[in-house]
Ligand binder design. Structure first.
Ligand code: ZN
Length: 319
């Protein structure tokens, strides 16, 4: 036992020695002549910068950078990927003209709602993940020569659900537009009212529509843009009462989901039910506009809608 442990110890001590000592001894030449291996392998891997995304519609792998440059629209089949509110604003307004309103407004957990997690912790995690305070951004901006009140929803924040903050921010935006005689554009994407706020979220439907009624009474235009998906409480309120209602291609638009309708009516639903194209055929929406053409088209509509109103005057009063 004692011997083995002794030998082991010696071996252990000897092992590192050759590596430390070789270069200097008198017969060192033998070592020096040994061809050394090229120290570092300097191989470059062919990994492209950025990532690729598989298009769910055509299955093509699309380079993320190209996708971003094309406003998240597939270059092969025109499939519209979801886009964040900030990116969308950036794609629509003149550079550095967006003055955000109520940027710090956040929801309060009035009902002390607790499901799997509490509403408060859910809000905190979504705020951290998205960098947004809630599911809508509002502000005054310039599009072409028009000063416009613009509200843009973001589906990545709790499914774009409408709680008291979404309702209040939009109402303030609409009221500001009425006060400053500005045209209004709201770009919607939403799963509906936010159930964590119960009745308070449902009350936003009436509140936003009341503010819109005053805006309409002042003979000011409101363009509602529906993007995938726009459903339930949002579709049943401000999203469906635009002077012009336009949609992005293939957007799902409706109130209840198709399964619920099918179960309730016990009838087969027609093909393409609740898509933008179906609703265009049936007269609910006025036009389908691809995202890449959205800005010039909206400016064109604003030109028409503000024609008789002396648009310059409206922009002066706002300035
Ligand atoms: Zn595609």
């Amino acid at each position: 036992m004692a011997t083995t442990s002794f030998t082991k110890k010696t071996l252990g001590a000897e092992a590192p020695e050759p590596a430390v000592t070789p270069p200097s001894p008198s017969n060192g030449t033998a070592f020096v002549k040994k061809p050394k291996l090229p120290s570092r392998k300097s191989r470059k891997r062919d990994i492209p910068e950025g990532l690729w995304t598989k298009c769910p519609k055509c299955g093509t792998m699309v380079f993320d950078k190209e996708l971003d440059e094309n406003l998240k629209v597939c270059l092969h089949c025109q499939h519209h990927f979801p886009i964040g509110a900030r990116e969308r604003i950036h794609s629509l307004v003149e550079t550095c003209t967006f003055e955000e309103m109520d940027a710090a407004m956040t929801s309060v957990d009035v009902l002390s709602f607790t499901g799997v997690t509490s509403y408060t912790s859910k809000l905190a995690s979504y705020q951290k993940a998205t960098g947004l305070k809630d599911a809508v951004l509002t502000g005054i901006c310039k599009m072409g020569r028009h000063r416009v009140a613009l509200g843009v929803m973001d589906f990545s924040f709790l499914g774009g659900s409408m709680g008291s903050v979404v309702g209040e921010k939009l109402t303030r935006l609409i009221e500001r537009a009425t006060e400053k005689t500005l045209p209004l554009i709201i770009i919607s994407t939403s799963g509906g009212a936010r159930m964590y706020e119960g009745m308070f979220s449902l009350m936003q439907m009436a509140k936003t529509c009341a503010a819109l009624a005053y805006h309409a009474k002042a003979r000011l235009p409101y363009i509602s843009v529906l993007t995938h998906p726009t459903t339930a409480g949002v579709m049943a309120s401000y999203a469906s009462v635009g002077d012009l209602i336009i949609a992005e291609p293939a957007a799902m638009i409706g109130f209840a989901g198709p399964r619920v309708i099918k179960d309730t009516t016990q009838a087969e639903l027609p093909p393409g039910f609740q898509t933008a194209e179906f609703l265009l055929d049936h007269g609910l929406i006025d036009a389908i506009v691809p995202r890449t053409e959205m800005k010039p088209r909206l400016i064109e509509y604003l030109d028409y809608l503000t024609e008789g109103q002396g648009n310059d005057a409206s922009s002066k009063s706002a300035a």
